[in-house]
Design a protein around this ligand. Sequence first.
Ligand code: CAP
Ligand code: MG
Length: 414
Amino acid sequence: MQYSEKYLHLGEKVDVDENVICEYRVTTALSMEDAAAAIATEQSTGTWTELSTLSEDVFDRLSGKVIGIEGDRTTIAFPSDDFSLEVGGVPQILSVIAGNLFGLDALEGVRLEDVFFPASMIEEFPGPRFGIEGMRKILDRPKRPLVGTIVKPKIGLSPRETADYIYEAGMGGLTNSKDDETLVDQAFCPMDERVPAIAEAIDRVREETGHRMMHAVNISTRGDKVAEVAERVQELGATEIMIDVLTCGFAAIQVLAEDHSIKVPIHVHRTMHGAITRDPRHGVSMKTFAKLVRMCGGDALHIGTFGVGKMKGDPKEDLGNQSACVGDMGALKRVMPVCSGGLHPGMVDSLVKIGGTDLQIQAGGGVAGHPLGVRKGAMALSQAVEAAFQGITPSEYASDHRELAMALERWGLE
Ligand code: CAP
Ligand code: MG
């Protein structure tokens, strides 16, 4: 198959205010020129053959332009006019920058590594309402990493047991907790009972100690119910809501961020992302997803653990995810990067060394698996965060913090 050279504009400068610029990594037996042209044509004005219906004018205005090739990487610019933001939004953006191209038979692999949007496009999105600064303000925690837990086991606890877990976590010093991604409204833990019980537990922690905390209630559901469920749990006392971005879709976040009756932060989980982001030669980078989450209005987003925890990841990729959350992106607020997945107190020092202090560090097993239970587990994790914040080694801090010492003994230092 011959892909048209008309799509090649190598070395040309394009206006970054008028184009969405995408970087792809391509694995192919074709020449990179042909492979890149195949992507540009499929994703804009073309298809596999010349068209009698494609006018020069449409071609000039709307075709994707291959503006760079370097090794197995290519940069392609898609004119802003290719996009339909009001009706279309992120689903339509994805169909252009990350659509059919993945199925092209001529490419063995293609990965969307990064994307850059014009400022005028970014402005069309709400962005986070709270972000790092807003969440820190609610929690009265200006500088230290947020420190949280995921209620474990993932499923099975009753509303009372869930609330007790969160009370203990709060008494142990955690600022955040959340439902696990597979818990929504099952019969063993219905929202109508769980959410008020959690709210009461959080209030009790505040009354007894002055300590503030928020818990993200998982509202992941079908599209037509997202806003309704969010509003319902908010009425029941939810202090934060959680949504799974890849199973619910990016637009679900935007629906929540633009719903002014929702007045709590949105924690964005990324379950299933590994199916798309994990292969270095095929799929979409998490960094790309992070930019879209930020545009749609997520306040906190899972970015991985810099290769430290149980989930696949590495410092370079995860630092890229973090920079998508906090780097310059027009007027959009910064998203709180969440590190989660197989973490325990012995990993916190490494996390903070790599990722700094603008992080939400959370552990499920690494809290509930503490030999002395949830409260001591929460204390151990909080102590690890405090040590890292103060630049004290975990072992030194553990010498007069028994909970941390026990956690390090159980799980070691990494
Ligand atoms: C962490 C977690 C999160 C993972 C998902 C879990 O629990 O709740 O879902 O963090 O990975 O169920 O595994 P543990 P990621 O602390 O017990 O591992 O954040 O990379 O998307
Ligand atoms: Mg989970």
